[in-house]
Design a protein around this ligand. Structure first.
Ligand code: TXD
Length: 311
């Protein structure tokens, strides 16, 4: 294939991302991890699944970055996941160095690549990757909003029995407890969600969405992987196919929503030039207040990161 995607970190999310991507048959794949044998083993396993799926996808596992040479897209999932009782922000110290190295090393081998960041704390890791690589903002985007919105869509589907295809939800803001599920903009086949679901049930859905990551961490003892990985695959496909897909994602703010010099979850358009545009919603006072609170929380983690890593 002519396209190449490298996934850094071949753990739960990395390997699942490779699996979803392989099924889409949109690029050859490279899995990189520091654990010897593991990315090679998972890659070989995937290669051996391809004849069953009738897909021609090359998958290579490696412990060094050379194998990533010439990638169109680099997806960074390397780093520690949460354990029960941990917040995403608790991962900052452990993951900042890992993401810095992964971003700068892969850029050396793929100077034209677009970067999708998954490692937590997400908004701050995306900010760090952009600052460390010195890339323009369109080339570094963080995955959070597709996942948070998909969780809300899944909960609405469970509540209403309507197909997920008909359910549109928009969860913006930082990828943490202050995320902002926008119920006013969400709808079921064009009918506002607020008209379809009672206020107390909607509030319960919003709460479950905000705590959706923690719900899985408590069940599994580690973070979710199928849904976050599916989100990464969708973003990579949107870029490779120049789809102009509008999805919520973490993007570098330059005045949009009154925010500057930070990564934050907003609706973006993904196409061949990566994060091509930020879409600005009209927010009412209550939504704006929630946005600002979330932005404050993200900014604090950005500041803590700057004390740890020189950018
Ligand atoms: O929506 C989102 N943004 C997220 C983020 C949803 C789910 C998980 N999210 C975060 O992704 C999670 O909090 C973690 O920070 C990352 C990776 O989670 P994952 O569940 O994949 O963790 P694993 O299974 O422990 O895999 C991480 C791998 C593991 O195999 C390590 O050996 C590897 O990362 N690792 C490295 N690979 C390459 N290079 C370096 N330096 C490195 N360090 C660790």
């Amino acid at each position: 294939m002519t396209n190449k995607i490298s996934v850094i970190g071949a753990g739960m999310t990395g390997a699942s991302t490779a699996l979803w991507l392989a099924e889409r048959e949109i690029a050859d794949l490279v899995l990189v991890d520091i654990v010897e044998g593991m990315p090679q083993g998972k890659s070989l396993d995937l290669v051996e699944a391809m004849p069953i799926l009738n897909k021609d996808v090359e998958v290579i596992g490696a412990n060094d970055y050379k194998a990533t040479q010439g990638s169109n897209i680099v997806i960074i999932t390397a780093g520690l996941p949460r354990k029960p009782g941990m917040s995403r922000d608790d991962l900052l110290t452990a993951n900042a160095e890992i993401v810095s190295t992964a971003a700068t090393e892969t850029l050396k081998y793929s100077p034209d690549a677009y970067f999708i960041i998954l490692t937590n704390p997400l908004d701050t890791m995306a900010y760090l990757a952009m600052k460390k690589t010195g890339l323009p903002r369109n080339r570094v985007v963080g995955q959070a909003g597709i996942l948070d919105s998909a969780r809300m869509r899944a909960f609405v589907a469970m509540e209403t029995g309507v197909s997920v295809e008909n359910i549109s939800c928009y969860v913006l803001g930082g990828h943490g407890d202050t995320m902002v599920p926008l119920t006013r903009h969400s709808n079921i086949a064009g009918v506002p969600l607020r008209d379809y679901v009672s206020a107390d049930r909607l509030e319960a859905i919003v709460e479950r969405t905000r705590k959706g990551g923690g719900e899985i961490v408590n069940l599994l003892g580690t973070s979710a992987y199928y849904a976050p990985a599916a989100a990464c695959a969708q973003m990579a496909e949107a870029i490779l196919k120049d789809k102009k897909l509008i999805i919520p994602a973490s993007a570098y703010m330059q005045g949009e929503y009154g925010l500057n010099d930070m990564y934050f979850g907003v609706p973006v358009m993904l196409g061949a030039k990566g994060m091509e545009r930020i879409i600005e919603y009209d927010l009412d006072d209550e939504e704006k207040a929630e946005f600002d609170k979330s932005a404050e929380a993200v900014r604090e983690i950005h500041e803590s990161m700057k004390k740890l890593v020189k950018i």
